[in-house]
Design a protein around this ligand. Sequence first.
Ligand code: NAD
Ligand code: MG
Length: 391
Amino acid sequence: MRRVSILGATGSIGQNTVDLIARNADTYDVVALTGAGNIGQLAADATRLGAQIAVTAHEDRLEDLRAALQGSGVEAAAGEAAITEAAARPADWTMSAIVGAAGLAPGMEALKHGATLALANKESLVCAGQLLLATAKQHGAQILPVDSEHSAIFQALQGEDMTAVERIIITASGGAFRDWPLAQLADATLEQASSHPNWDMGQRITIDSATLFNKAMEVIETREFFAVDPDQIEVIIHPQSLIHALVGFNDGALMAHVGPPDMRHAIGYALHHPKRETLPVERLDLAAIGQLEFRAPDEARWPALRLARETMAAGGLTGAVFNAAKETALDGFIAGRIRFPHMAEVVEDTLTQLSGENGLIAATMTLDNVAHVDHLARTAAWTAIDKRAGQ
Ligand code: NAD
Ligand code: MG
């Protein structure tokens, strides 16, 4: 039996993973499921999958979780440290699907104990890519991409030689405001930003799709995962979200990955790798789809792409600044403190504020240093938010 854990089991990626595991529950030995506020879902899934342990990130919800698990035989635990401990329990395959920088430490722990890490939490690669990759190497553990674009690239690269790769193109739907007049973006509401034209995802990544900060993060993720130069990575707007990425080779060929916008494809690919297994996703009817469209991203609409390039050029711990600033700007927007276009301004402002701290950005990439930079960047980003609040 394969031992599996799901970090962030109650979220959008987590629930899709639970769905795939539950369909073949007798072939898996479920070790740990983690979540945060959704205690009922966490307890129900841990019970039906027969997990060893369920952990909530909220320390003050331990009693609620215990009560919900009563009689199930599933252990209950709570708090950040308990999540990291659960991630360290021996498993063959661990899904990293916590949202945000909070996913980094548990993912590292899973790698240290040799689990194959299915990585949806792109924030870990943006904050600390070199550290995560070095940890995997040191412990002989594998990281498999779950982000749909990176799964697509990974699949297009099977059997290929990286020296023949000229470029990698990742697609972006353009999100909720792709066709809005630029001047109207300042009036975009939280509700409008939280609805995606093609994908059903968590709220944070949905808003990040509208700003294209999600794509900006994915450009950095591509650089880290596939060790290509930033100028080999291109972004193209593709409203249908059916081609997820393309790899361009030195003979002019472009290998495109086409599939339905359903994360169970990428999760299932990572779950069964190196084999392919039948998955419960839609089979595309190309004749019914008719057309696929592409257009260049407009940098005035989406400054996030330029900021990602500046982040990669600055190097060191700048990725941790970028991610923390982006997460905080998003918190500010969700809290109603700033308007939609302010998010990119806050990130740019934070990058500028911290770029003078040479010693800090050039410090060795350790979990402590990443956490320190993350903290400073969040403080700087809140200052940048306060400057714009109510404007
Ligand atoms: P989500 O908000 O739906 O779920 C997040 C999960 O993390 C939940 O289980 C939640 O309980 C848990 N969580 C939240 N804060 C936490 C904390 N501080 N400590 C521990 N656990 C915490 O998010 P999602 O959309 O499923 O995204 C998860 C990750 O996958 C993100 O990194 C996202 O960028 C990435 N991703 C998501 C999709 C998608 O389709 N949703 C696609 C590609 C990549
Ligand atoms: Mg993606």
